[in-house]
Design a protein around this ligand. Structure first.
Ligand SMILES: Cc1ncc(COP(=O)(O)O)c(C=O)c1O
Length: 422
C-alpha cells in the first residue's frame, strides 16, 4: 500500500508534507512554501487547485511545459515496452539520439548519463585523461570565478564560488580560477600544464552573466595553442534555451568547443545528461574507463528524440518570445528605478535588482507566478519554450504588482522608495 501523503485537493497538504520532510529528509534544501500536484502547459497546480504560471520550469528542465501530449504519448508507449537495459546491451535509441545531437552540435561522439553534475564529471575525466596521455603534469583545469558546474566533488572543484566549495575542501588539485571576460588573466594562467578550460557561455546560477565573444575566441585560441580541451557547460544555457541548439551557436562564425555538456531540458524531466565531444577529446576515454548504469536508457532517449523533433520548429519562437519578454521587462525597468539591469538571451533571463529579491519571489508565488532568485539580487526566469505573448503578458502583469509592493514597502531603501513608481 502506498504511504504517500494524499494531497489531492487538500488545503492542509503543505503543513503535513513539510512536517514529514523535516523529520525524514536530509535538511539540505530550502523549499518555497508550495506543494505541486500536477501541471498542464505553462501552468502547475497545487493540491487545492490554485494555478501558478511556471516561469522557472524546474530550473530550466520542463522545456515543453507540463504534460505535453507528444511526450506523454511517447512515455506511455515506451513504458509498456522497455524502461531499462543497462549499457550491457544495445537498444535502438542511443545511437539515434547521439546522431541527432551530432547534427545539432557539430560534435560527433556522445556519452549518456543522468544529470548535469554527472555530465561534468564525465567531461572532467575526459580532460584529465587527455592531459595524462600527453604528460602526467598536464592536469590543470582553468575555470571561472562565479561559475557553477554542479555538486559532485569534481564539478565543485571547478565551481568558482567559495560558498559551494568551502565545506568540502580539499577538492581536486589543479583547478585554476580566473575572472570571467578577462582575456589577459586567461592568457596568464593557461600553460602547457593546462589540460582543459571550462566555461559556461552564460553563467546561470552566477546571475545570468554572458561571456563576450572575444573572450571565448581567446579561450579557443589558448586551448589550441596549449593542446588543452575547451569545454562548454551548456547545462543551463543549452538545448534551445537561448534560441539556438547550443549557446555557442549564438555567434558567427561559431566557436566550437572540444567537449560540451548538457542536461536539464534534454529529456524534459526524465533525468538525462550528455557529454558530447569531438574525436580528439573522445579518444581519451577508452573501453572500461567510464560508464553509468542508468545513462542513456530507452525511455530517456526516446523522450529526448521526440523533444529534439519539436525543438527544431520551436527555436525561432524561443528567440522571438525572449525578445518580447526582455522588451516588456525593459519597460518595467523604466518604471522601477531599483531594476538595475535586464540580461539574457532567448528564454534565459535575469533581472538584477538593487536589493535582495527573496521576498519578491514569495510575493510572486502568492500571486501565481513561479520564478526564483539567484545571487541574492537577480530574479531568474527560465520560462517554458512554449510560452506565448499571452503568458508573458500575464507574468509581466504579476511582476508589476510585485514591484509595486516592493516599492511600497521600501525594499530598495528610503531614497529609492521616493521615486520608484512612476
Ligand atoms: C551551468 C550548470 N552546470 C551544472 C549544473 C548541475 O546540474 P545538475 O543539478 O543536474 O547536477 C547546473 C545546475 O543548475 C548548471 O546550471
Amino acid at each position: 500500500m502506498s504511504t504517500a501523503i494524499p494531497v489531492q485537493e487538500d488545503t492542509g497538504a503543505l503543513d503535513r508534507v513539510r512536517a514529514l520532510e523535516s523529520e525524514c529528509l536530509l535538511q539540505n534544501y530550502a523549499r518555497y512554501p508550495l506543494v505541486l500536484d500536477r501541471g498542464k502547459g505553462c501552468y502547475v497546480f497545487d493540491p487545492a487547485g490554485k494555478r501558478y504560471l511556471d516561469f522557472i520550469t524546474g530550473i530550466g528542465v520542463n522545456a515543453l511545459g507540463h504534460a505535453h501530449p507528444r511526450l506523454v504519448k511517447v512515455i506511455r508507449e515506451q513504458a509498456t515496452r522497455l524502461l531499462h537495459t543497462s549499457n550491457l546491451y544495445f537498444h535502438a535509441y542511443q545511437g539515434a539520439l547521439a546522431e541527432r545531437l551530432a547534427q545539432a552540435s557539430g560534435l560527433h561522439r556522445t556519452f549518456f548519463c543522468n544529470s548535469g553534475a554527472e555530465s561534468m564529471e564525465g567531461a572532467l575525466k575526459m580532460v584529465r585523461a587527455h592531459g595524462h596521455k600527453i604528460d602526467p603534469q598536464k592536469y590543470e583545469i582553468v575555470a571561472l570565478h562565479n561559475s557553477f558546474h554542479g555538486r559532485t566533488l569534481g564539478a565543485l572543484s571547478i565551481t568558482g564560488q567559495e560558498k559551494y566549495r568551502q565545506d568540502f575542501e580539499p577538492l581536486l588539485p589543479g583547478a585554476r580560477f580566473v575572472p570571467p571576460n578577462d582575456e589577459v588573466a586567461l592568457e596568464q594562467v593557461v600553460s602547457d600544464r593546462t589540460a582543459g578550460i571550462v566555461v559556461e557561455w552564460i553563467q546561470g546560477e552566477g546571475g545570468i552573466f554572458p561571456m563576450s565573444t572575444e573572450y571565448l575566441r581567446k579561450a579557443r585560441e589558448l586551448a589550441d595553442r596549449y593542446n588543452a580541451l575547451l569545454v562548454f557547460d551548456e547545462i543551463q544555457c543549452g538545448v534551445g534555451r537561448v534560441g539556438k541548439y547550443f549557446a555557442y551557436q549564438l555567434v558567427d562564425p561559431v566557436i566550437l568547443p572540444d567537449v560540451m555538456v548538457a542536461a536539464k531540458p534534454l529529456a524534459c524531466g526524465i533525468p538525462m545528461g550528455v557529454v558530447v565531444a569531438n574525436d580528439r577529446a573522445a579518444q581519451s576515454i577508452g573501453s572500461g574507463m567510464h560508464g553509468s548504469t542508468f545513462g542513456g536508457g530507452p525511455l530517456a532517449c526516446r523522450v529526448a528524440l521526440e523533444f529534439m523533433d519539436i525543438l527544431d520548429e520551436l527555436l525561432p519562437h524561443i528567440e522571438e518570445m525572449g525578445c518580447y519578454f526582455r522588451g516588456k521587462l525593459g519597460e518595467l525597468q523604466k518604471q522601477f528605478s531599483f531594476i538595475r539591469e535586464v540580461r539574457g538571451q532567448g528564454l534565459m533571463i535575469g533581472v538584477e535588482l538593487s536589493f535582495s529579491g527573496k521576498q519578491l519571489v514569495l510575493d510572486a508565488l502568492d500571486l501565481g507566478l513561479l520564478m526564483n532568485c539567484t545571487h541574492d539580487t537577480v530574479l531568474r526566469f527560465l520560462p517554458p519554450y512554449i510560452a506565448t505573448e499571452k503568458e508573458i503578458d500575464r507574468a509581466i502583469g504579476i511582476l508589476k504588482r510585485v514591484f509595486k509592493l516592493a516599492a511600497k514597502r521600501g525594499d530598495a531603501g528610503p531614497a529609492a522608495h521616493q521615486g520608484d513608481v512612476h
